[in-house]
Ligand binder design. Structure first.
Ligand SMILES: Cc1cc2nc3c(=O)[nH]c(=O)nc-3n(C[C@H](O)[C@H](O)[C@H](O)COP(=O)(O)OP(=O)(O)OC[C@H]3O[C@@H](n4cnc5c(N)ncnc54)[C@H](O)[C@@H]3O)c2cc1C
Length: 413
Protein backbone atom coordinates (compact mmCIF):
# COMPACT_ATOMS: atom_id res chain seq x y z
CA UNK A 1 0.00 0.00 0.00
CA UNK A 2 1.52 3.33 -0.97
CA UNK A 3 1.85 6.19 1.45
CA UNK A 4 -1.31 8.17 2.14
CA UNK A 5 -3.04 5.82 -0.24
CA UNK A 6 -6.42 7.05 0.80
CA UNK A 7 -9.44 6.08 2.75
CA UNK A 8 -12.17 3.47 2.85
CA UNK A 9 -15.66 3.84 4.24
CA UNK A 10 -15.16 0.66 6.24
CA UNK A 11 -11.72 -0.63 7.10
CA UNK A 12 -11.50 -4.11 8.60
CA UNK A 13 -8.28 -4.92 10.43
CA UNK A 14 -7.73 -8.68 10.39
CA UNK A 15 -8.65 -10.78 7.39
CA UNK A 16 -9.75 -14.09 8.82
CA UNK A 17 -13.02 -15.75 9.87
CA UNK A 18 -14.50 -12.66 11.50
CA UNK A 19 -13.06 -9.95 9.28
CA UNK A 20 -13.54 -11.74 5.97
CA UNK A 21 -17.08 -12.76 6.82
CA UNK A 22 -17.94 -9.21 7.93
CA UNK A 23 -16.86 -7.80 4.57
CA UNK A 24 -19.17 -10.15 2.66
CA UNK A 25 -22.04 -9.70 5.09
CA UNK A 26 -21.77 -5.96 4.52
CA UNK A 27 -22.23 -6.41 0.80
CA UNK A 28 -25.01 -8.94 1.28
CA UNK A 29 -26.79 -6.35 3.43
CA UNK A 30 -26.59 -3.79 0.63
CA UNK A 31 -23.54 -1.75 1.66
CA UNK A 32 -22.34 0.24 -1.34
CA UNK A 33 -19.38 2.13 0.19
CA UNK A 34 -15.73 1.14 -0.10
CA UNK A 35 -14.43 -1.74 2.02
CA UNK A 36 -10.76 -2.42 2.75
CA UNK A 37 -9.75 -5.72 4.35
CA UNK A 38 -6.26 -5.68 5.86
CA UNK A 39 -4.30 -8.64 7.14
CA UNK A 40 -0.83 -9.23 8.54
CA UNK A 41 -0.94 -12.58 6.76
CA UNK A 42 -0.38 -13.04 3.05
CA UNK A 43 -3.20 -15.56 2.55
CA UNK A 44 -6.84 -14.71 1.90
CA UNK A 45 -9.19 -15.50 4.82
CA UNK A 46 -8.95 -19.22 5.50
CA UNK A 47 -10.32 -21.93 7.78
CA UNK A 48 -8.06 -22.28 10.81
CA UNK A 49 -9.64 -25.42 12.32
CA UNK A 50 -7.95 -27.80 9.82
CA UNK A 51 -4.53 -26.45 10.85
CA UNK A 52 -4.39 -28.87 13.77
CA UNK A 53 -6.28 -31.59 11.89
CA UNK A 54 -6.40 -32.42 8.16
CA UNK A 55 -3.96 -29.68 7.07
CA UNK A 56 -1.29 -30.80 9.52
CA UNK A 57 -1.75 -34.41 8.44
CA UNK A 58 -1.38 -33.34 4.80
CA UNK A 59 -4.87 -34.50 3.81
CA UNK A 60 -5.88 -31.05 2.54
CA UNK A 61 -4.01 -28.26 0.76
CA UNK A 62 -3.88 -24.48 1.29
CA UNK A 63 -6.31 -23.89 -1.59
CA UNK A 64 -8.99 -25.96 0.10
CA UNK A 65 -8.61 -23.89 3.29
CA UNK A 66 -9.66 -20.61 1.67
CA UNK A 67 -13.05 -19.36 2.85
CA UNK A 68 -13.72 -17.92 -0.62
CA UNK A 69 -11.95 -17.91 -3.96
CA UNK A 70 -9.89 -14.80 -4.85
CA UNK A 71 -12.39 -13.79 -7.57
CA UNK A 72 -15.16 -13.44 -4.95
CA UNK A 73 -13.37 -10.46 -3.37
CA UNK A 74 -13.00 -8.72 -6.68
CA UNK A 75 -16.60 -9.37 -7.60
CA UNK A 76 -17.82 -8.04 -4.24
CA UNK A 77 -15.61 -4.95 -4.48
CA UNK A 78 -13.65 -5.80 -1.34
CA UNK A 79 -10.13 -4.40 -1.47
CA UNK A 80 -7.83 -7.07 -0.05
CA UNK A 81 -4.52 -5.91 1.44
CA UNK A 82 -2.30 -8.87 2.37
CA UNK A 83 0.85 -8.54 4.50
CA UNK A 84 -0.46 -5.24 5.83
CA UNK A 85 -0.15 -4.74 9.56
CA UNK A 86 -1.83 -1.82 11.26
CA UNK A 87 0.43 -0.32 13.90
CA UNK A 88 -1.65 2.58 15.23
CA UNK A 89 -5.13 4.07 15.25
CA UNK A 90 -5.56 7.83 15.31
CA UNK A 91 -9.17 8.02 16.47
CA UNK A 92 -9.46 11.78 16.21
CA UNK A 93 -8.26 11.83 12.59
CA UNK A 94 -9.96 8.51 11.72
CA UNK A 95 -6.66 7.30 10.33
CA UNK A 96 -4.58 4.15 10.60
CA UNK A 97 -0.82 3.90 10.41
CA UNK A 98 0.55 0.83 8.68
CA UNK A 99 3.76 -1.08 9.25
CA UNK A 100 5.49 0.59 6.30
CA UNK A 101 4.58 4.07 7.54
CA UNK A 102 1.71 4.54 5.07
CA UNK A 103 -1.65 5.76 6.35
CA UNK A 104 -5.23 4.82 5.58
CA UNK A 105 -8.31 6.79 6.58
CA UNK A 106 -11.51 5.12 7.72
CA UNK A 107 -15.14 6.03 8.12
CA UNK A 108 -15.88 3.08 10.37
CA UNK A 109 -13.30 0.68 11.71
CA UNK A 110 -13.79 -3.02 12.51
CA UNK A 111 -11.13 -4.69 14.65
CA UNK A 112 -10.97 -8.39 13.87
CA UNK A 113 -7.44 -8.97 15.05
CA UNK A 114 -7.99 -12.37 16.67
CA UNK A 115 -5.21 -13.63 18.88
CA UNK A 116 -1.81 -15.27 19.01
CA UNK A 117 -0.52 -18.39 20.68
CA UNK A 118 0.49 -17.93 24.31
CA UNK A 119 4.20 -18.48 24.88
CA UNK A 120 5.73 -19.68 28.13
CA UNK A 121 8.10 -17.26 29.85
CA UNK A 122 10.49 -19.97 31.02
CA UNK A 123 14.17 -20.71 30.38
CA UNK A 124 14.91 -22.18 26.95
CA UNK A 125 11.92 -20.48 25.32
CA UNK A 126 14.13 -19.28 22.46
CA UNK A 127 15.49 -22.71 21.49
CA UNK A 128 14.91 -24.10 18.00
CA UNK A 129 12.42 -26.95 17.85
CA UNK A 130 9.66 -25.14 19.76
CA UNK A 131 6.45 -24.59 17.80
CA UNK A 132 2.97 -23.11 18.13
CA UNK A 133 0.00 -23.44 15.77
CA UNK A 134 -2.09 -20.44 14.83
CA UNK A 135 -1.48 -19.94 11.12
CA UNK A 136 -0.63 -21.74 7.89
CA UNK A 137 2.90 -20.38 8.26
CA UNK A 138 3.14 -22.03 11.69
CA UNK A 139 2.18 -25.43 10.27
CA UNK A 140 4.57 -25.00 7.35
CA UNK A 141 7.34 -24.35 9.87
CA UNK A 142 6.39 -27.38 11.98
CA UNK A 143 5.91 -29.90 9.18
CA UNK A 144 9.56 -30.77 8.37
CA UNK A 145 10.12 -31.77 12.01
CA UNK A 146 6.77 -33.55 12.33
CA UNK A 147 7.91 -36.93 11.04
CA UNK A 148 7.63 -40.58 12.06
CA UNK A 149 9.90 -41.66 14.87
CA UNK A 150 10.32 -38.19 16.40
CA UNK A 151 9.59 -37.57 20.06
CA UNK A 152 7.00 -34.82 20.44
CA UNK A 153 6.18 -33.16 23.73
CA UNK A 154 2.97 -31.13 23.76
CA UNK A 155 2.54 -28.51 26.48
CA UNK A 156 -1.17 -28.06 27.08
CA UNK A 157 -4.03 -30.56 26.87
CA UNK A 158 -6.66 -28.26 25.36
CA UNK A 159 -8.35 -28.96 22.04
CA UNK A 160 -5.43 -27.87 19.87
CA UNK A 161 -2.90 -29.87 21.88
CA UNK A 162 -5.05 -33.00 21.76
CA UNK A 163 -5.85 -32.63 18.06
CA UNK A 164 -2.16 -32.36 17.27
CA UNK A 165 -1.50 -35.38 19.50
CA UNK A 166 -3.96 -37.41 17.43
CA UNK A 167 -2.34 -36.39 14.13
CA UNK A 168 1.12 -37.04 15.56
CA UNK A 169 0.18 -40.56 16.64
CA UNK A 170 -1.26 -41.23 13.18
CA UNK A 171 1.97 -39.90 11.63
CA UNK A 172 4.14 -42.17 13.80
CA UNK A 173 5.60 -39.77 16.36
CA UNK A 174 5.71 -40.63 20.05
CA UNK A 175 3.70 -38.17 22.13
CA UNK A 176 3.96 -36.90 25.70
CA UNK A 177 1.41 -34.33 26.84
CA UNK A 178 2.18 -32.15 29.86
CA UNK A 179 -0.74 -30.37 31.48
CA UNK A 180 -0.82 -28.14 34.52
CA UNK A 181 -4.46 -29.00 35.34
CA UNK A 182 -5.50 -32.33 36.86
CA UNK A 183 -7.38 -33.38 33.71
CA UNK A 184 -7.34 -32.80 29.96
CA UNK A 185 -9.69 -30.17 28.46
CA UNK A 186 -10.14 -28.80 31.99
CA UNK A 187 -10.91 -25.26 30.82
CA UNK A 188 -13.61 -26.21 28.36
CA UNK A 189 -15.19 -29.55 29.29
CA UNK A 190 -16.72 -31.43 32.19
CA UNK A 191 -14.80 -34.20 33.99
CA UNK A 192 -16.71 -36.95 32.17
CA UNK A 193 -15.59 -35.73 28.75
CA UNK A 194 -12.05 -35.19 30.02
CA UNK A 195 -11.90 -38.80 31.24
CA UNK A 196 -13.30 -40.06 27.93
CA UNK A 197 -10.65 -38.23 25.89
CA UNK A 198 -7.80 -39.10 28.21
CA UNK A 199 -8.68 -42.77 27.87
CA UNK A 200 -9.03 -42.53 24.08
CA UNK A 201 -5.61 -40.89 23.72
CA UNK A 202 -3.94 -43.25 26.16
CA UNK A 203 -5.29 -46.18 24.14
CA UNK A 204 -3.46 -44.75 21.12
CA UNK A 205 -0.23 -44.48 23.10
CA UNK A 206 -0.23 -40.86 24.25
CA UNK A 207 1.45 -40.45 27.64
CA UNK A 208 -0.08 -37.84 29.91
CA UNK A 209 1.69 -35.89 32.65
CA UNK A 210 -1.18 -34.16 34.44
CA UNK A 211 -0.93 -31.84 37.43
CA UNK A 212 2.45 -31.00 35.99
CA UNK A 213 3.95 -27.61 35.23
CA UNK A 214 6.75 -27.08 32.76
CA UNK A 215 9.82 -25.34 34.20
CA UNK A 216 12.28 -25.16 31.33
CA UNK A 217 13.11 -26.27 27.83
CA UNK A 218 16.55 -27.88 27.89
CA UNK A 219 19.05 -27.86 25.02
CA UNK A 220 19.93 -31.09 23.18
CA UNK A 221 23.18 -32.77 24.12
CA UNK A 222 24.64 -32.43 20.62
CA UNK A 223 23.16 -29.04 19.72
CA UNK A 224 22.89 -26.32 22.35
CA UNK A 225 20.65 -24.22 20.12
CA UNK A 226 17.98 -26.93 19.74
CA UNK A 227 15.54 -28.28 22.32
CA UNK A 228 16.37 -31.75 23.62
CA UNK A 229 14.07 -32.14 26.62
CA UNK A 230 11.30 -30.53 28.64
CA UNK A 231 11.94 -30.22 32.36
CA UNK A 232 8.80 -30.60 34.42
CA UNK A 233 8.08 -29.44 37.94
CA UNK A 234 9.52 -32.06 40.25
CA UNK A 235 12.61 -32.41 38.09
CA UNK A 236 11.61 -35.04 35.52
CA UNK A 237 12.97 -34.32 32.02
CA UNK A 238 10.98 -35.58 29.05
CA UNK A 239 13.18 -36.16 25.98
CA UNK A 240 11.94 -34.14 23.01
CA UNK A 241 12.96 -33.77 19.38
CA UNK A 242 10.28 -31.12 19.04
CA UNK A 243 7.84 -29.35 21.35
CA UNK A 244 4.43 -27.89 20.63
CA UNK A 245 3.36 -25.16 23.01
CA UNK A 246 -0.44 -25.27 23.00
CA UNK A 247 -1.08 -23.18 26.09
CA UNK A 248 -3.95 -21.03 24.89
CA UNK A 249 -4.45 -17.75 23.13
CA UNK A 250 -3.59 -14.14 23.88
CA UNK A 251 -6.07 -11.74 22.26
CA UNK A 252 -4.51 -9.12 19.98
CA UNK A 253 -5.69 -6.01 21.79
CA UNK A 254 -2.57 -3.85 21.85
CA UNK A 255 -3.74 -1.72 18.93
CA UNK A 256 -7.06 -0.99 20.65
CA UNK A 257 -5.38 -0.43 24.00
CA UNK A 258 -2.86 2.06 22.62
CA UNK A 259 -5.75 3.94 21.00
CA UNK A 260 -7.42 4.28 24.41
CA UNK A 261 -10.30 1.87 23.80
CA UNK A 262 -11.63 -0.07 26.77
CA UNK A 263 -9.88 -3.44 26.99
CA UNK A 264 -10.43 -6.23 29.48
CA UNK A 265 -9.57 -9.73 28.28
CA UNK A 266 -10.43 -8.52 24.78
CA UNK A 267 -11.73 -5.29 23.33
CA UNK A 268 -14.81 -4.47 25.37
CA UNK A 269 -17.90 -4.18 23.17
CA UNK A 270 -21.66 -4.22 23.64
CA UNK A 271 -24.18 -6.67 22.17
CA UNK A 272 -23.82 -4.84 18.84
CA UNK A 273 -20.02 -5.27 18.80
CA UNK A 274 -19.63 -1.52 19.40
CA UNK A 275 -16.52 -0.51 21.30
CA UNK A 276 -16.24 2.50 23.59
CA UNK A 277 -15.71 4.55 20.37
CA UNK A 278 -18.91 4.75 18.28
CA UNK A 279 -16.91 4.48 15.04
CA UNK A 280 -15.01 1.35 16.05
CA UNK A 281 -16.37 -2.18 16.36
CA UNK A 282 -14.57 -5.34 17.46
CA UNK A 283 -15.46 -8.89 16.48
CA UNK A 284 -14.30 -12.49 16.81
CA UNK A 285 -11.63 -13.86 19.13
CA UNK A 286 -10.43 -10.36 20.12
CA UNK A 287 -13.82 -9.13 21.38
CA UNK A 288 -15.19 -9.32 24.90
CA UNK A 289 -18.97 -9.03 24.70
CA UNK A 290 -22.13 -9.62 26.72
CA UNK A 291 -23.27 -13.15 25.84
CA UNK A 292 -27.08 -13.17 26.10
CA UNK A 293 -27.04 -16.92 26.60
CA UNK A 294 -25.36 -16.62 30.02
CA UNK A 295 -26.05 -12.98 30.79
CA UNK A 296 -22.33 -12.55 31.40
CA UNK A 297 -19.42 -11.14 29.48
CA UNK A 298 -17.35 -13.58 27.46
CA UNK A 299 -14.57 -13.76 24.93
CA UNK A 300 -15.12 -16.83 22.82
CA UNK A 301 -12.65 -18.52 20.50
CA UNK A 302 -14.66 -20.31 17.84
CA UNK A 303 -15.65 -20.05 14.23
CA UNK A 304 -19.40 -19.91 14.96
CA UNK A 305 -18.77 -16.97 17.31
CA UNK A 306 -16.63 -15.14 14.75
CA UNK A 307 -19.34 -15.64 12.14
CA UNK A 308 -22.11 -14.37 14.43
CA UNK A 309 -20.04 -11.31 15.36
CA UNK A 310 -19.46 -10.64 11.66
CA UNK A 311 -23.21 -10.74 11.07
CA UNK A 312 -23.88 -8.37 13.97
CA UNK A 313 -21.20 -5.84 12.95
CA UNK A 314 -22.40 -5.83 9.35
CA UNK A 315 -25.98 -5.25 10.48
CA UNK A 316 -24.86 -2.24 12.53
CA UNK A 317 -22.81 -0.78 9.68
CA UNK A 318 -25.73 -1.29 7.31
CA UNK A 319 -27.97 0.72 9.61
CA UNK A 320 -30.16 -2.20 10.69
CA UNK A 321 -28.62 -3.25 14.02
CA UNK A 322 -29.35 -6.81 15.07
CA UNK A 323 -27.85 -7.90 18.39
CA UNK A 324 -25.80 -11.04 19.07
CA UNK A 325 -28.25 -13.88 19.27
CA UNK A 326 -26.42 -17.20 19.08
CA UNK A 327 -25.85 -20.09 21.41
CA UNK A 328 -22.14 -20.97 21.53
CA UNK A 329 -21.11 -24.19 19.88
CA UNK A 330 -17.84 -25.81 18.90
CA UNK A 331 -16.40 -28.93 17.36
CA UNK A 332 -13.19 -30.92 17.55
CA UNK A 333 -11.87 -33.89 15.55
CA UNK A 334 -9.49 -36.37 17.15
CA UNK A 335 -8.84 -39.86 15.67
CA UNK A 336 -12.26 -41.09 14.59
CA UNK A 337 -13.97 -39.05 17.32
CA UNK A 338 -16.08 -36.09 16.25
CA UNK A 339 -16.95 -33.91 19.21
CA UNK A 340 -19.71 -31.32 18.97
CA UNK A 341 -20.40 -29.16 21.98
CA UNK A 342 -23.21 -26.69 22.50
CA UNK A 343 -23.75 -24.21 25.31
CA UNK A 344 -21.39 -23.53 28.20
CA UNK A 345 -21.32 -26.09 30.99
CA UNK A 346 -19.86 -23.82 33.70
CA UNK A 347 -22.23 -23.64 36.65
CA UNK A 348 -24.06 -26.92 35.94
CA UNK A 349 -25.42 -28.82 38.94
CA UNK A 350 -26.19 -32.12 37.22
CA UNK A 351 -24.65 -34.24 34.47
CA UNK A 352 -26.77 -36.75 32.61
CA UNK A 353 -24.92 -39.34 30.56
CA UNK A 354 -26.81 -40.99 27.76
CA UNK A 355 -25.79 -44.41 26.56
CA UNK A 356 -24.05 -44.02 23.20
CA UNK A 357 -25.37 -45.46 19.96
CA UNK A 358 -21.89 -46.64 19.02
CA UNK A 359 -19.14 -48.05 21.25
CA UNK A 360 -17.01 -44.91 20.58
CA UNK A 361 -19.90 -42.54 21.20
CA UNK A 362 -20.49 -40.27 24.18
CA UNK A 363 -23.25 -37.87 25.17
CA UNK A 364 -23.25 -35.70 28.29
CA UNK A 365 -26.00 -33.23 29.06
CA UNK A 366 -25.21 -30.52 31.60
CA UNK A 367 -28.20 -29.26 33.58
CA UNK A 368 -28.67 -26.29 35.87
CA UNK A 369 -31.81 -26.27 38.01
CA UNK A 370 -33.28 -28.85 35.63
CA UNK A 371 -32.58 -26.87 32.45
CA UNK A 372 -30.16 -28.18 29.82
CA UNK A 373 -27.43 -25.52 29.56
CA UNK A 374 -24.87 -27.49 27.56
CA UNK A 375 -24.11 -30.82 25.93
CA UNK A 376 -21.04 -32.65 24.68
CA UNK A 377 -21.71 -35.16 21.91
CA UNK A 378 -19.07 -37.48 20.48
CA UNK A 379 -19.93 -39.34 17.28
CA UNK A 380 -23.53 -38.44 17.98
CA UNK A 381 -24.67 -36.01 15.32
CA UNK A 382 -28.39 -36.68 15.70
CA UNK A 383 -28.13 -36.23 19.46
CA UNK A 384 -26.21 -32.99 18.95
CA UNK A 385 -28.95 -31.53 16.79
CA UNK A 386 -31.50 -32.30 19.47
CA UNK A 387 -29.20 -31.03 22.22
CA UNK A 388 -28.90 -27.73 20.36
CA UNK A 389 -32.67 -27.47 20.47
CA UNK A 390 -32.77 -28.17 24.24
CA UNK A 391 -30.11 -25.56 24.95
CA UNK A 392 -31.43 -22.89 22.58
CA UNK A 393 -35.01 -23.24 23.78
CA UNK A 394 -33.99 -23.54 27.46
CA UNK A 395 -35.82 -26.86 27.86
CA UNK A 396 -35.98 -29.00 30.99
CA UNK A 397 -36.51 -32.61 29.89
CA UNK A 398 -36.72 -35.23 32.65
CA UNK A 399 -33.17 -36.47 33.38
CA UNK A 400 -34.28 -40.11 33.46
CA UNK A 401 -35.66 -39.79 29.94
CA UNK A 402 -32.58 -37.95 28.71
CA UNK A 403 -30.43 -40.78 29.96
CA UNK A 404 -32.52 -43.50 28.37
CA UNK A 405 -31.27 -44.19 24.85
CA UNK A 406 -34.50 -46.04 24.10
CA UNK A 407 -36.32 -42.70 24.37
CA UNK A 408 -36.13 -40.57 21.21
CA UNK A 409 -34.66 -37.17 22.13
CA UNK A 410 -36.97 -35.62 19.59
CA UNK A 411 -39.91 -36.61 21.73
CA UNK A 412 -38.49 -34.52 24.61
CA UNK A 413 -38.27 -31.19 22.80
C1 LIG B 1 -5.22 -24.75 15.24
C2 LIG B 1 -6.60 -24.20 15.46
C3 LIG B 1 -7.69 -25.06 15.47
C4 LIG B 1 -8.97 -24.56 15.68
N1 LIG B 1 -10.04 -25.42 15.67
C5 LIG B 1 -11.29 -24.92 15.80
C6 LIG B 1 -12.43 -25.79 15.70
O1 LIG B 1 -12.30 -27.00 15.51
N2 LIG B 1 -13.66 -25.23 15.80
C7 LIG B 1 -13.84 -23.88 16.00
O2 LIG B 1 -14.99 -23.41 16.08
N3 LIG B 1 -12.78 -23.05 16.13
C8 LIG B 1 -11.52 -23.54 16.03
N4 LIG B 1 -10.44 -22.69 16.13
C9 LIG B 1 -10.67 -21.28 16.50
C10 LIG B 1 -11.02 -20.42 15.28
O3 LIG B 1 -10.15 -20.67 14.23
C11 LIG B 1 -10.99 -18.97 15.71
O4 LIG B 1 -11.99 -18.79 16.68
C12 LIG B 1 -11.21 -18.03 14.54
O5 LIG B 1 -10.17 -18.14 13.62
C13 LIG B 1 -11.32 -16.59 15.04
O6 LIG B 1 -11.39 -15.75 13.96
P1 LIG B 1 -10.95 -14.23 14.06
O7 LIG B 1 -11.18 -13.66 12.68
O8 LIG B 1 -11.60 -13.59 15.21
O9 LIG B 1 -9.40 -14.22 14.42
P2 LIG B 1 -8.15 -14.90 13.72
O10 LIG B 1 -8.55 -16.11 12.95
O11 LIG B 1 -7.11 -15.03 14.75
O12 LIG B 1 -7.66 -13.80 12.66
C14 LIG B 1 -7.15 -12.57 13.01
C15 LIG B 1 -6.36 -12.03 11.84
O13 LIG B 1 -6.01 -10.69 12.13
C16 LIG B 1 -4.67 -10.45 11.73
N5 LIG B 1 -4.16 -9.31 12.48
C17 LIG B 1 -3.95 -9.25 13.81
N6 LIG B 1 -3.47 -8.03 14.15
C18 LIG B 1 -3.41 -7.32 13.00
C19 LIG B 1 -2.98 -6.00 12.69
N7 LIG B 1 -2.56 -5.16 13.63
N8 LIG B 1 -3.01 -5.59 11.40
C20 LIG B 1 -3.46 -6.43 10.41
N9 LIG B 1 -3.86 -7.70 10.66
C21 LIG B 1 -3.83 -8.12 11.93
C22 LIG B 1 -4.00 -11.77 12.07
O14 LIG B 1 -2.79 -11.92 11.38
C23 LIG B 1 -5.05 -12.77 11.60
O15 LIG B 1 -4.92 -13.05 10.24
C24 LIG B 1 -9.15 -23.17 15.91
C25 LIG B 1 -8.05 -22.31 15.92
C26 LIG B 1 -6.79 -22.80 15.68
C27 LIG B 1 -5.60 -21.87 15.68
Amino acid sequence: MSENSGRADVVIVGGSHAGGECAFRLRQGGFTGSIALLSSENVLPYHRPPLSKAFLSGEVTVDSLLLRAPAAYEKAGIAWHPSTTVTAIDRAAHRLTLQDGATLGYGKLVLATGGRARLLPIPGGDLAGLYTIRSIADVDALRPAFTAGKRLVIVGAGYIGLEVAAVAIKTGLSVDVVEFAPRVLARVAGPELSAFYEKAHAAHGVKFHLNTGVEAFLPAAGDASHVGAVRCAGGAALPADLVLVAAGLVPNVELAQAAGLEVNNGVVVDEFCQSSDPDILAIGDCANFPLPFTGQRARLESVPNATEHARVAASVLNGAPSAYNAVPWFWSDQYNLKLQSVGLSQGHDQVVLRAPRTPEGFVAFYLKEGRVIAADCVNAIAEFNQAKRFVTNKLSPAPALLADSAVELKSLS
